[in-house]
Design a binder for this molecule. Sequence first.
Ligand SMILES: Cc1ncc(COP(=O)(O)O)c(C=O)c1O
Ligand SMILES: [Zn+2]
Length: 432
Amino acid sequence: MTINPASLPQSQLVAGMKCRVCGKQWPVSTTNFCEDDFGPLEVDYHYDKIKPLVSRQLFESRPNNMWRWKEFLPLNGEPTVGLHVGGTPLVRATRLGKAIGIDNLWIKNDAVNYPTLSFKDRVVAVALSKAMEFGLKTVGCASTGNLANSVAANAASVGLKSYILVPSDLERAKILGTTIYGANVIAVRGTYDEVNRLCTQIAFHHGWGFVNINLRPFYAEGSKTMGYEIAQQLGWRTPKNVVSPMAGGALIGKICKGFNELANAGLIEIPNTSYFGAQASGCNPISGSVKENRERHKPVRKPDTICKSLAIGDPADGYFAAKLIRESGGWAEDVPDTEIRECMALLAGTEGIFAETAGGVTVAVARKLVLQGKIKKNEETVLCITGNGLKTQDAVAEILPAPALINPQLQEFQALLTDGAPPVRQTEPALA
Ligand SMILES: Cc1ncc(COP(=O)(O)O)c(C=O)c1O
Ligand SMILES: [Zn+2]
């Protein structure tokens, strides 16, 4: 299914594709693995050509979205999909910091990314713009939910046909939030890893562009933009610590790659950042391998957690994520569902940010790392909040009180105040 790239006007700034195992260079194509050793391919750039072209002023003069960093992204021409993605806020998190014991805390809030409220809009913008360059007409993905939403929406916005395959036990909001865009949504009886294997067969059988399979090298590059934005928003420097949720394990590594590229281009100091990975205890292949000091992760055959977005038992980038975490002086941890729920409410109640379950994982893991002494109170720390809580409301429904129910009379309202009681759960049906 490989498309011959010879007919394409190859970007002057992209050197080609490089095997992450043996380092061999391959031409740009829709093949995602090295034919010598099946190692994953990564986009490689002519950094010597990029460096003289870029400056802080250039990037700052452009609209505040992910494409201001286009010299570091693997397109031949201008983007055609996801033109408004990125440029999300970096929020000072003093109140959350106080609650979890970090004096110098920030939140990179990709829960408000455009158009589908997760960081996956970044990866999809690159993958689908690349799919358009390859002339593909049909795209798809294997997804734990957020990628499904984003591929469906962004494909619809440019008239690409999409096939989205998900585990059948996904949250209702994530399914509806995919189907609404007119995507072909297929729920598969099986785990994400089984869905992913099926998608690999479909992609190669039909020659379609599956964003996280045969388009994965381009897709993954989109996550670097989260790193560029964090550095710029901090005033062109990097924090001491980054805490990132991990599913396939790509995001955490790409934030690091983004920081390093800015440093290599002379735009920031050499980073001294430690990377901390966050997972749910019910699906913790990467944090497990870090904690047990194993080079290769043990796949989790049957993930069991409310955090479905991170429930990848056999992560494609697990090895690289664990290596980065170790080598940067970071660590990885995982937390049970009770803490995930609790920390979704903690983040919302302290910072006014309603994140999905993955956000609860990130906050709970950060809190645990502080208690373990792995993150110090005074170290500047950025938490990556990557998805929106409106998509996973059921996760917290049980732990939140229903509103107090009264008749429209002042005395009934006053009675609530004088009782001093917080709103209590009512047996009557929910308010209309
Ligand atoms: C909300 C959210 N956060 C984080 C991740 C992890 O990203 P990666 O697969 O690059 O590790 C995902 C992946 O699905 C996600 O949906
Ligand atoms: Zn190789």
